[in-house]
Design a protein around this ligand. Structure first.
Ligand code: T5A
Ligand code: NA
Length: 214
């Protein structure tokens, strides 16, 4: 596929999924593949542990610090807002941004604690909206084969099962043209090829002639 004409904005592509669904692996593969085709592309990830809010989030996830459920929710959102203007600038300059987790993770991981969906959604309202969400669906059995659970918060089969339900509900609230599920039980190459097919369709979208959705 040829590079998109320069008058177009970049595409905002978000990966979501459970632990060990292969998000980080596939983000890197996609960034490299698009750049190799002449589509200027950058990677991003949330939480971004290098930002000031990211340090507090890192302490929370690694269980060095405890925080109120609402406080950590707002920090995850603030972490996205810290990066938002850079993402917007890149997209407007024609750079495609491929992001490892975004606001869907924010809602899913907080809603399972009993916080209301509307309260969870509110702090992310106004952030750049993805043109495409790739939800990597991995079965618990396959995820298990990719290594045991780590020491971080949320890395238990109980939490993962609840989060999967929350993601499924979120997916139903997002248009099918934006939210797309990928069978992530398959091998790295096979998953990558499927992702490239979906992304090629998104890069052809007329939406990229317009402004970034918020
Ligand atoms: N969170 C996040 C919130 O609560 N609120 C928020 O707002 C946000 C943004 C962050 C945690 O924070 C929560 C969610 C998370 O609990 P993280 O640092 O993003 O955590 O960690 P994870 O995304 O969970 O990272 P993982 O490393 O577990 O999963 P990935 O990125 O999905 O998987 P990846 O690519 O690192 O691969 C894992 C292993 O599997 C292999 C890889 O080589 C690697 O060893 N692998 C495959 N093996 C076979 N076949 C394939 N297709 C494979 N793909 C990868
Ligand atoms: Na990861």
């Amino acid at each position: 596929t040829a590079a998109a004409p320069s008058r177009r904005r970049g595409a905002f592509i978000v990966f979501e999924g459970l632990d060990r669904s292969g998000k980080s692996t596939q983000v890197q593969r996609l960034v490299d593949a698009l750049n190799a085709r002449g589509v200027q592309t950058k990677g991003a990830r949330f939480p971004d542990r290098t930002l000031s809010t990211g340090k507090m989030i890192d302490s929370y996830l690694s269980q060095k610090a405890d925080l109120d459920d609402r406080a950590i929710h707002l920090l995850f959102s603030a972490n996205r807002w810290e990066r938002a203007s850079q993402i917007l600038e890149d997209l407007r300059n024609g750079v495609t941004v491929v992001c490892d987790r975004y606001a869907f993770s924010g809602i899913a991981f907080s809603a399972i604690k009993g916080l209301s969906w509307n309260w969870c959604r509110a702090p992310d309202v106004g952030l750049p909206q993805p043109d495409l969400v790739l939800f990597l669906r991995v079965s618990p059995e396959v995820a298990q084969q990719r290594g045991g659970f780590g020491q971080e918060r949320y890395e238990t089969s109980e939490v993962q099962a609840k989060v999967e339900k929350a993601f499924t509900k979120l997916g139903q609230s997002v248009g099918k043209d934006v939210w797309t599920e990928i069978d992530a039980d398959k091998g790295v190459d096979e998953v990558h090829e499927e992702i490239v097919r979906r992304v090629e369709q998104a890069l052809g979208s007329e939406a990229l002639d317009g402004e970034v959705k918020k």
